[in-house]
Design a protein around this ligand. Structure first.
Ligand SMILES: [Zn+2]
Length: 252
């Protein structure tokens, strides 16, 4: 398969998203007019999600082409749970997302799912398959992990053990830029806690506890991320979602 446009494709995946960090993520990426894929947790808890958050997601999906996917309710390692519990964590999470979006007037089908810490096995993959999930997303160090660097490779990869090109570690702009240049399908995995550092409450708590390490590190990370995104833009990358990747694969 060939990437007909010869454009570099880029997917940004953000794990561990809930209503407490959603706004910071939306603000950060809206600045760059970049669409991202968010993987949602705690979806059954009103403590983490309010109606306003679901309305914001609806807006980002409809007006800006963002994607949302599942990441379980409680973020426990799925392979350590009894099958019944694992099923509840996956199916319940997907159902929460679809139902809450439906309540704010959006009919939406979740088609990608990020395994907590990337861990999965055949039973877990079978549950996802039965839910109609196209992409099961894994992570470095998880079983079956394989990085994605080329669109041509995608058809050879099991889509329910689908890796990433890059995780932003270690924090080094030149390294990130090099990773991007090596790939024609660049899948960059980020976590929500980095963006949560932009919240006034996080900053106040850090000041109160005299522990600024996480905040300083996150701000440094976000500065590098901004520079990196400028580099990615400069090289004409097209930002897509997993749903769009799936369409590209079925059209090829
Ligand atoms: Zn996670």
């Amino acid at each position: 398969m060939r990437n007909k446009t010869n454009t570099r494709l880029c997917i940004i995946r953000i794990d561990d998203v809930d209503g407490t960090n959603l706004r910071q993520i939306v603000n950060f990426f809206s600045k760059f007019k970049i669409k991202v894929c968010l993987f949602l947790v705690h979806t059954n808890s009103p403590r983490f999600w309010g109606r306003g958050d679901w309305l914001l997601l609806k807006k980002m999906i409809l007006e800006h082409g963002w994607e949302v996917g599942g990441h379980t309710r409680l973020h426990k390692p799925l392979i350590l749970l009894p099958e019944k519990k694992a099923r509840e964590e996956i199916i319940g999470n997907i159902k929460d997302i679809e139902e809450r979006l439906n309540e704010v007037g959006l009919t939406y089908k979740v088609t990608s799912f990020a395994y907590p810490c990337g861990d999965h096995n055949l039973t877990i993959k079978e549950i996802l398959r039965k839910c109609g999930i196209t992409f099961g997303l894994t992570y470095p160090d998880a079983p079956d992990y394989k990085s994605v660097e080329d669109l041509k490779e995608v058809n050879e990869l099991p889509l329910l053990s689908f890796g990433v090109t890059h995780t932003g570690k270690p924090m080094n702009l030149n390294l990130w830029n090099q990773r991007f240049m090596k790939s024609n399908l660049y899948i960059f995995a980020l976590h929500s806690d980095t963006f949560a550092a932009l919240k006034a409450r996080t900053l106040l708590n850090a000041l109160k506890n005299l522990n600024m390490e996480h905040v300083i590190r996150s701000i440094k990370f976000l500065r590098i991320l901004e520079e990196h995104l400028r580099f990615v833009f400069y090289h004409g990358a097209k930002f897509i979602t997993f749903k769009e990747l799936s369409k590209l694969l079925s059209n090829s």
